[in-house]
Every structure is written in C-alpha cells, then in structure tokens.
Design a protein around this ligand. Structure first.
Ligand code: UDP
Length: 181
C-alpha cells in the first residue's frame, strides 16, 4: 500500500481513489440492483472480504485472487504504513462515540498514527458538503467510511468530486465497531 499511497499523493488533485470491499451479499446486490452495480463499478480496487469469494475465483477465473482482505486486519497494515509515511486518516461512520473509541485504541496500538478527524455516521444529507469540506481542510490522505453497504459506496462515489486532495476513500463497513471492541 505504501508505494500506492505515494503515487496517490502525486495525483491527488485529480480525485481520490475508491477502494471498496466485497462479500457474498455485496456480489448479490451487484447482480440484483442496477444502481448499485453502477456505483460499485466506479471503484479503483475492490477487495474480497471472504474466503468463499477467493475460492470462487479459483474455480472460475484464469487469474484467481490470492487471498482475502479482511478490513479489520487491513486497518492495522494501513496504520503501520501511515505511521511510517506520515499519512493522515479520517474516520467517518458508526454510532456516536464508536469511531472515536476505535481511534483511541488504534492510536495506542500504533503510536504516532495521525487521525485528523472523526465523525459519527448518522448525519443528515444537508451536512454532507460540510463533512467533505472538513475532510479536505484537514488534508486527509485516507478517508475511512463505515456506513454499511450500500450507503458507504454511494457516499464515496457521490462525494468523490468534493474530496479533491484526498488520496483514498476506503469503505470499511462495521470496522469501527470491531476496533472499538
Ligand atoms: N452506520 C452508519 N450510518 C448509518 C447506518 C449505519 O454509520 O446511517 C454504521 C453502523 O453504525 C455500523 C456500520 O455502519 O457501524 C455498518 O456495519 P455493518 O457491519 O452492518 O456493515 P457491513 O460491513 O455489513 O456493510
């Protein structure tokens, strides 16, 4: 991820990269729901968060996926890379207080981790512009969005243009709840 982050910084003025996560339910929604399909198709990267998906690609694809990417593990790899490279995280999502507790725990586990902003995920549509302005103002490198699917993917695509300057938007489902314990 580190080299990619540096590259993303170079072209961050264009638009944030979108990294989504998939599991069986996301794949089912992809096939069922045309609007969700269009949204998911905007992703730069889609991780497979589940061994069944990896196994399916082994059966069906010439170039199968090598491994699953669990967001709750990946956050620690990303945090280590962020500390090493001085990248800034912003957390958006979960019930009030949850992402803040997740942030406290992650800072203890990864000293030096720079989380420049934390907001809960129960906001009104009219607050979106202000949220995007804050994320951008704080010079966020990676915006973690945990609003559940499909809300988080829809948010990421809809806000991409308002988040110029941010390197990555990474959807993360219930990761804040998991990290908060
Ligand atoms: N959530 C949110 N805003 C909403 C609805 C949900 O921030 O309007 C949060 C919810 O509190 C939880 C996460 O989104 O932290 C969804 O977790 P879940 O495990 O259901 O997501 P999944 O990984 O299954 O997409």
């Amino acid at each position: 991820m580190r080299a990619d982050c540096v590259r993303a910084r170079a072209d961050r003025l264009v638009r944030p990269r979108l990294v989504f996560s998939s599991n069986g339910s996301v794949i089912a929604d992809f096939h069922r729901d045309r609007a969700f399909r269009a949204t998911l198709s905007q992703a730069d990267i889609i991780d497979a968060d589940g061994m069944p998906l990896v196994m399916a690609t082994r059966l069906l694809c010439r170039n199968p996926l090598r491994e699953r990417v669990s967001t709750t593990d990946f956050i620690h790899d990303a945090a280590r890379a962020a500390v090493a490279d001085g990248l800034r995280f912003y957390f958006l999502g979960a019930a009030p207080g949850v992402a803040a507790e997740a942030g406290n725990r992650l800072r203890r586990q990864h000293p030096g981790l720079d989380i420049v902003g934390i907001r809960h995920g129960y906001f009104a549509p009219e607050q979106v512009a202000e949220i995007c302005a804050e994320v951008t103002r704080r010079r966020t490198d990676v915006l973690w969005v945990g609003l559940g699917s499909p809300r988080q993917e829809t948010f990421a695509v809809a806000c991409q243009a308002q988040l110029a300057g941010v390197g990555w938007i990474r959807t993360c489902g219930g990761m804040f709840d998991h990290c908060a314990g």
